[in-house]
Write a new protein. Structure first.
Ligand code: HEC
Ligand code: HEC
Ligand code: HEC
Ligand code: HEC
Length: 117
């Protein structure tokens, strides 16, 4: 009986951490971040909604050299400058706008456990 109660407390504690908003804030989709920064659909979907959004569109506002410098001291590895593509890895391999972003490097290198906004 005692064991069960403790188990329940641990469970509800875990649940309240989950619902406290800390987790939710970290998982904010980029579409929200960009909307809050004042972007509209047409800023990325330049010609029409069916067009693929290319990396060059991202580069109209984000600079690859500046990005590489800003994450140069990343404790895992620099996501914006690497052995394979230097500073020109396609942003969309890692960052997604309308669904959760992913860790492209981790699909081959387990040691690079990057958390991608
Ligand atoms: C910052 C750039 C950006 C903005 C702003 C943006 N999108 Fe996208 N959108 C993308 C990218 C990149 C993709 C390709 C999928 C991916 O990697 O997220 C995409 C894909 C899509 C797709 C294809 C299906 C899917 O979900 O992958 C739809 C539909 C879409 N966007 C609708 C919208 C609408 C509606 C808006 C405005 C409310 C919008 N987008 C604003 C970058 C953007
Ligand atoms: C029209 C300009 C514009 C375009 C195009 C654009 N962005 Fe952004 N992006 C911004 C602004 C503004 C911010 C917010 C900066 C801030 O508040 O720190 C931002 C923020 C971000 C962030 C930071 C999110 C965070 O949590 O720190 C990422 C990642 C990002 N953009 C990726 C992309 C990608 C990938 C593309 C191309 C699909 C793209 N952006 C296209 C203007 C743009
Ligand atoms: C290999 C995966 C990967 C690729 C490719 C990638 N990023 Fe990132 N990006 C990350 C990760 C991981 C972070 C979080 C870094 C941190 O924790 O400090 C990040 C952070 C960011 C930020 C917020 C931090 C800052 O310095 O302002 C922006 C903006 C951004 N990326 C834009 C881009 C753009 C634009 C591209 C394409 C030119 C791109 N990223 C390519 C993984 C990636
Ligand atoms: C499709 C699988 C794949 C992906 C995705 C990938 N790599 Fe690699 N990577 C390899 C292979 C295979 C090697 C060994 C061959 C070589 O040295 O080029 C390697 C070697 C490396 C090395 C040198 C050896 C080491 O382990 O230290 C680094 C650093 C590296 N990759 C970083 C990255 C980063 C950062 C990313 C994400 C932007 C990435 N890789 C994405 C397959 C991949």
């Amino acid at each position: 009986m005692k064991k069960l109660t403790l188990h329940k407390i641990v469970l509800s504690l875990a649940f309240s951490i989950f619902t406290s908003g800390v987790v939710a804030a970290e998982a904010q989709l980029l579409e929200v971040t960009h909307k809050n920064a004042g972007l509209v659909c047409k800023d990325c979907h330049v010609k029409n909604m069916k067009d693929n959004v290319r990396m060059t569109t991202c580069l109209e506002c984000h600079d690859t050299t500046e990005l590489a410098n800003s994450t140069a001291d990343h404790p895992v590895t620099n996501p914006h400058k690497n052995r394979h593509f230097d500073t020109e890895t396609n942003c969309n391999y890692c960052h997604h706008q309308h669904k959760e972003s992913e860790n492209y490097c981790g699909s081959c290198h387990l040691k690079f456990d990057l958390v991608t906004p």
